[in-house]
Design a protein around this ligand. Structure first.
Ligand code: ZN
Length: 263
């Protein structure tokens, strides 16, 4: 994945979503002097079975801020949608669009919104809603006629998002070499202690899972450890594939074998 950019905004549904891999890439990017911010749709208040949401929300928020700081992220914002019942729709798109216009990122990191994620794991409802809304908002941000009320808040359109990178996608297209950054990416093992303990018997050990998935991803890039993303290129890095360097008038239209081209 190209790294000739300066600002990224990572959008996720819950505290700890970004720590499942993305944080290692964030650690690499902040070490290069890039500016990365986090935007969380919820405070994850419904994530601890044995703890009342009123207590769990502030706790998980604090843990997320600690985890972010460990990988060089100072700014963590929460949209306060309700954990577990986040709805895809205009209010969510508008909230993410507002943040993109404010932060003006060149790279937006979101999550896969397919029903299954990497490894065939069934995705979660909030992840699907937030992932799709993030991709849409990256484009909404550049159109002054979508959510025109944002201009009234002093937020001008921002059409500078070059890439939207979806984490945990089944069919990744790009990768980031995180060799040397996996340890820092796993700092949430300490930061998210309350959440993991609250999971009780259902918990699995991220200390085993995260290096395993990073190594398996690294093998696909021929590096030690990697984080993979499905990248949507909103601003093309070069000429699109249907434009050649030659003078287009010299290009003969191809005659497909057997007659007319297929739609
Ligand atoms: Zn989640």
């Amino acid at each position: 994945m190209r790294e000739d950019w300066q600002r990224a905004l990572c959008v996720a549904a819950h505290p700890d979503d970004l720590e499942y891999g993305t944080a290692s890439a964030v650690a690499r990017w902040t070490s290069q002097g890039k500016q990365v911010s986090y935007l969380l749709a919820t405070r994850g208040e419904a994530g601890i079975d044995g703890m009342d949401p009123g207590e769990a929300g502030p706790l998980r928020e604090a843990e997320e801020r600690d985890g972010a700081r460990a990988v060089g992220v100072e700014l963590v914002e929460f949209l306060d949608h309700r954990d577990g019942v986040v709805e895809y729709g205009l209010p969510l798109r508008r909230d993410i669009t507002r943040a993109i216009r404010r932060h003006r990122p060149e790279v937006v990191v979101g999550g896969a919104f397919t029903d299954r994620m990497v490894g065939g794991v069934t995705n979660q409802a909030d992840h699907r809603a937030v992932g799709l809304a993030t991709l849409d908002a990256a484009r909404d941000a550049g159109n002054r006629w979508i959510f025109p009320e944002l201009a009234g808040e002093g937020l001008q359109p921002w059409s500078g998002v070059r890439y939207v990178c979806l984490a945990a996608a089944r069919e990744p297209t790009h990768g980031v070499d995180v060799t040397g950054f996996v340890e820092r990416g796993m700092a949430w093992l300490q930061a998210h202690r309350a959440y993991r303990e609250g999971l009780g018997g259902a918990a699995f050990d991220p200390a085993e899972f995260l290096p395993w998935i990073a190594a398996a991803s690294g093998a696909r890039l021929d590096v030690g450890f990697a984080v993979l993303f499905e990248v949507h290129e909103l601003i093309s890095d070069g000429a699109p594939p249907w434009v050649t360097p030659q003078n287009l008038s010299e290009v003969e239209p191809a005659t497909p074998p057997g007659g007319s081209p297929q739609a």
